[in-house]
Ligand binder design. Structure first.
Ligand code: SF4
Length: 435
């Protein structure tokens, strides 16, 4: 008599999209590993039989990348190279019915809040108390802490509230527990991320609670740096300025996406702020928090952005001299309010505007970096490349900002802090030596 060997899943997880998705992927893997299911990230092991793709569904490029990944593994399944294929994340949340109808090879699709259902496929009962268990995909000395999800704002270009829903803060207790777990794993730098972190607490505590949260997180001995990503500029809370200025563990750094500078475009984007108020806010941040590094993002090619509006944006960026800038081309997304407009700018024109703005920023960044020559900065080492160490100051976030490349005679390792004197500077890199 033949008995069938029970299927033993060996999972390869493909994580696409932003840092918030990275955290979700780390939780999926953390729960699988905790329950004894062998599961790793893409490229770590070859002999997997099951694939989970955690997709991104935010803008066109990201959606295409996710669809390409699903089709590639659907093909692998057809060839018998894998047995099970699961798709989770934002694309799946947003277009589940269309995807189910079109890609039959996928065994099941899950939304962004469906971790328990995904775990059921592995005969695992989701356990809330394991929420902090994460198999980190980053180097362990820095990690992302997702303090909330969803968004209550109504930016007309943005599809996130449609598929993530309204803002949902996590409790301070659960976040402190998760951060303590991360600290035990080696985290020294904690990146607080949310769609909109100024809103933290208003839903569950009926008041802004970012200060209480950060005060508690600061008590974790091993955490040395806390970095804040994604603050909405309108009705910017005074308390956030105090947090950055007064808490020594909070990096003098703020990621504050502004999206545009033309009053007309800001109004059409429903950003609830105009250029004058934005200028005042940036001036106040710089006045109250000396040396703060401000990172922002801009969106070019919005349907109502004329050539004059774009020039207004360029002049604004030239004036403001942001320390860091990311620029994205507008993506015409169904389900958003801006979808009512005609998407009049070609992709080439949108990209041309992105490049023009980035050239302006390149010059600004070069000048700002030149001013750092001869100064000494505290640096957290991210990696070693040959004989060179690569790290960051508190003014730079991993993967998106400047790096410091330097030499040292000491046996330093990733996760160590040291002091580096800057000897030379380029557009996006600083060169130095450890002292
Ligand atoms: S604040 Fe950010 S996440 Fe929220 S709607 Fe606006 S762009 Fe989207």
């Amino acid at each position: 008599m033949h008995t069938k060997t029970p299927f033993k899943p060996k999972v390869n997880l493909i994580s696409l999209g932003c840092s918030k998705n990275t955290v979700d992927s780390e939780k999926i893997l953390g729960q699988l590993n905790y329950h004894g299911v062998s599961a790793t990230y893409q490229g770590q092991e070859d002999d997997y039989n099951t694939v989970i793709i955690n997709t991104c569904g935010f803008i066109e490029n990201a959606k295409q990348e996710s669809i390409d990944a699903i089709l590639a593994y659907a093909d692998a399944k057809n060839k018998g190279e894998i047995e099970k294929l699961y798709v989770a994340g934002c694309l799946s949340e947003r277009y589940r019915h269309e995807l189910e109808a079109e890609i039959k090879e996928v065994d099941a699709f899950f939304g962004t809040y469906d971790l328990p259902l995904l775990l059921e496929k592995f005969n695992i009962d989701y356990r809330e108390e394991l929420i902090g268990e994460r198999t980190l995909s980053t180097d362990t000395h820095y990690s992302y802490l997702k303090i909330s999800d969803g968004c209550n704002r109504k930016c007309t270009f943005c599809s996130i509230p449609k598929f993530k829903g309204l803002h949902k803060s996590r409790t301070i207790e659960s976040l402190v527990e998760e951060a303590t777990f991360l600290a035990k794993k080696g985290t020294k730098e904690l990146m607080l991320i949310a769609q909109e972190l100024t809103y933290y607490g208003l839903d569950i505590y009926k008041k802004r609670a970012l200060k209480e949260l950060i005060d508690k997180l600061s008590e974790i001995e091993e955490i040395k740096w806390i970095r804040l990503h994604y603050a909405y500029p309108a009705q910017f809370p005074e308390s956030l300025i105090e947090i950055i200025r007064d808490n020594p563990k909070v990096c003098k750094y703020l990621d504050i996406p502004l999206q545009h500078a033309s009053d007309k475009v800001l109004k059409d984007m429903k950003r609830n702020i105009d250029q004058k108020t934005t200028r005042n806010l940036i001036a106040k941040l710089r006045e109250e928090i000396p040396n703060i590094a401000i990172r922002t993002t801009m969106l070019t090619g919005f349907p109502t952005e004329t050539g004059d509006d774009f020039q207004d944006l360029i002049s604004f960026v030239e004036d403001m001299k942001f320390d860091r800038l990311g620029v994205f081309a507008y993506s015409h997304e169904d389900g958003t309010e801006a979808f009512k407009y005609e998407d009049i700018w070609s992709q080439d024109e949108k990209n041309r505007r992105v490049n023009e703005l980035m050239e302006v920023q390149g010059r600004i960044s070069y000048t700002l970096n030149q001013e750092k020559i001869g100064k000494t900065f505290k640096v957290l080492i991210d990696r070693i490349e040959g004989k060179e160490f690569v790290g960051r100051t508190e003014f730079d976030s991993p993967e998106v900002d400047n790096e410091v490349r330097f030499t040292s005679e000491k046996a330093l390792k990733p996760g160590d802090f040291c002091h580096v004197e800057i000897l030379d500077a380029f557009e996006f890199d600083l060169i130095g030596r450890e002292i």
